[in-house]
Design a binder for this molecule. Structure first.
Ligand code: HEC
Ligand code: HEC
Ligand code: HEC
Ligand code: HEC
Ligand code: HEC
Ligand code: HEC
Ligand code: HEC
Ligand code: HEC
Length: 287
């Protein structure tokens, strides 16, 4: 480890403590009378960097010669759980000389918010892990493989990985699911990040979505009961998702067809596909 990196954090730390004391002072001594003046002053100041403004780019780093394929120089893994980037490495390799060493010594560092939600010194700096929807990655998986007898020996059902899709927000933690089989001897191991994650994959997967695609309007929780069944069971996944079991990649998964909707959207059990209800399925997202 370079000497630079050893002295860098405490320096910044002092800067942050000073800034924090100023904030406390403002909170303690500020009165509601001068809040207008404070607001005005705040408006004139440039905004503090936020996680939205400063974002780590894997592609960008690759273009600068960083060996991005070597995921674990930055990402650690414990069992199946992904650790915050650089945990236990004292900010290496980010603060290596020639990279961001000067940033770690700066009085106004910007890159901290990539991993820390806050710059406030009295709060423990917890590094967060970002959500995937706008990720540069995305996890690839072959549904065909996982329908095979070998994968399904214990009976991996759709719900084992997807949770109960008919209840909003009941999605299991992906790594915990995958790790239940792949953490042991089964390849890919959870440490073989690149076997499941592909750079640029998420954008590729989402690029051909039309504004009117049913994805924007369709909700599984509108479909938690099959109106045709007396027992009113939840419909089986394959009623709409036929062909999933043959897909080797996610992009090979066929989108549900309009014919599959006809089973219920016949004007009796639900509004029909041939009527005036087109926008109920093809409209833009519900407010
Ligand atoms: C040079 C350091 C570095 C390397 C190498 C690296 N990452 Fe990252 N990665 C980061 C940082 C920094 C973040 C943003 C902070 C966070 O989400 O914890 C991040 C975020 C992510 C995310 C969250 C969503 C996103 O895209 O922002 C995923 C997924 C990810 N990395 C996967 C990988 C995989 C897979 C590899 C190897 C193919 C890899 N990373 C290599 C530093 C790195
Ligand atoms: C690539 C991700 C990343 C970036 C960027 C980053 N940190 Fe960290 N930082 C961490 C991780 C991981 C830890 C270890 C704490 C933990 O395990 O959550 C940490 C710990 C710290 C700690 C010790 C906190 C404690 O309570 O032990 C300080 C102080 C700190 N960081 C300041 C900074 C500053 C200042 C910057 C910007 C110059 C910065 N960090 C940028 C990931 C990052
Ligand atoms: C071994 C785990 C696993 C099993 C079993 C599984 N899936 Fe998936 N499936 C995934 C993952 C991972 C993704 C990609 C991430 C996501 O969209 O949640 C995915 C994505 C999908 C998608 C979205 C494709 C896209 O283009 O967005 C559909 C539809 C789907 N699965 C249906 C099913 C159905 C139906 C079954 C049962 C026949 C099933 N899956 C079984 C893990 C699994
Ligand atoms: C019930 C156990 C089980 C679970 C859970 C599981 N897998 Fe697998 N996976 C397997 C088996 C078994 C194989 C090897 C199949 C073979 O070789 O025939 C495999 C193979 C793979 C492969 C290698 C390429 C391929 O398709 O052959 C990838 C990638 C993969 N799994 C991703 C995932 C992901 C991502 C998840 C979590 C969403 C996951 N797996 C969850 C059992 C599982
Ligand atoms: C067996 C396949 C597999 C392996 C190996 C794997 N991942 Fe994942 N990972 C996934 C899947 C699937 C998702 C969820 C994708 C989705 O929902 O679209 C995911 C999600 C993530 C996320 C987002 C987590 C969140 O809470 O938003 C990060 C970060 C991540 N992986 C990083 C890594 C890193 C780093 C490694 C290697 C140390 C790794 N993964 C190894 C399959 C895998
Ligand atoms: C009534 C029809 C229907 C049934 C039944 C159904 N789905 Fe879907 N599902 C859809 C439609 C429509 C979409 C949006 C697809 C698109 O436009 O790509 C979708 C999207 C998905 C997606 C990707 C988007 C997301 O929400 O993450 C997954 C994963 C998925 N379904 C899994 C399942 C599973 C697992 C089951 C069974 C438990 C199931 N679905 C049952 C119609 C259905
Ligand atoms: C198992 C029967 C069944 C199937 C198959 C089915 N639906 Fe439905 N759907 C219903 C029922 C029942 C309702 C709620 C009653 C109503 O609104 O007429 C509904 C409501 C909806 C709604 C909510 C409309 C709104 O604005 O409230 C949308 C969107 C929708 N379905 C889309 C689809 C799509 C797309 C498919 C085909 C991929 C599909 N459904 C397949 C039974 C079904
Ligand atoms: C119950 C939901 C539903 C209703 C109502 C509905 N559609 Fe669709 N429609 C779908 C689904 C599902 C698809 C196939 C997936 C996709 O393209 O997003 C589709 C696809 C289409 C396509 C593209 C066909 C193709 O092969 O690419 C057109 C055009 C279309 N619908 C027109 C209409 C018109 C016009 C109406 C009204 C008379 C209508 N739809 C009513 C669900 C519906």
């Amino acid at each position: 480890m370079s000497r630079l990196s050893m002295i860098s954090v405490p320096r910044v730390w002092r800067g942050l403590v000073a800034a924090g004391l100023a904030v406390i002072a403002a909170l303690v001594f500020g009165t509601s009378d001068d809040s207008y003046a404070q607001e005005k002053a705040a408006a004139a100041e440039p905004a503090a960097p936020s996680a939205e403004m400063v974002r780590f780019g894997h592609k960008l780093h690759q273009s600068k010669g960083v060996a991005v394929e070597d995921c674990q120089q930055c990402h650690g893994i414990k069992g199946f759980e992904i650790e915050p980037v650089t945990r236990g490495k004292n900010h290496q390799p980010c603060n290596t000389s020639g990279c961001h060493a000067s940033e770690y010594m700066s009085r106004e560092p910007k890159i901290c918010v990539v991993c820390h939600d806050t710059n406030e010194p009295w709060v423990k700096q917890i590094a967060r892990i970002r959500d995937l929807p706008t990720s540069e990655f995305g996890g690839e998986i072959s549904h065909k493989t996982h329908q095979s007898d070998k994968a399904a020996k214990g009976g991996v059902k759709c719900q084992s990985c997807h949770g109960n899709v008919y209840v909003e927000g009941e999605k299991p933690e992906a790594h915990a699911v995958c790790g239940s089989c792949h953490q042991g001897g089964l390849r890919p191991l959870m440490s073989d990040c690149g076997d499941c994650h592909k750079l640029g994959y998420q954008a590729e997967r989402l690029k051909n979505q039309s504004k009117y695609a049913v994805r924007a309007r369709f909700r599984h929780d509108d479909h938690d009961r099959d109106p045709r069944e007396k027992s009113r069971e939840t419909p089986g996944c394959k009623l709409c998702h036929s062909g999933v079991e043959n897909a080797n990649t996610l992009s090979e998964i066929p989108r549900p067809t309009m014919q599959s909707c006809d089973a219920c959207h016949d004007g009796v059990n639900a509004f029909k596909t041939t009527g005036f209800g087109c926008v109920k399925c093809h409209g833009v997202a519900k407010p």
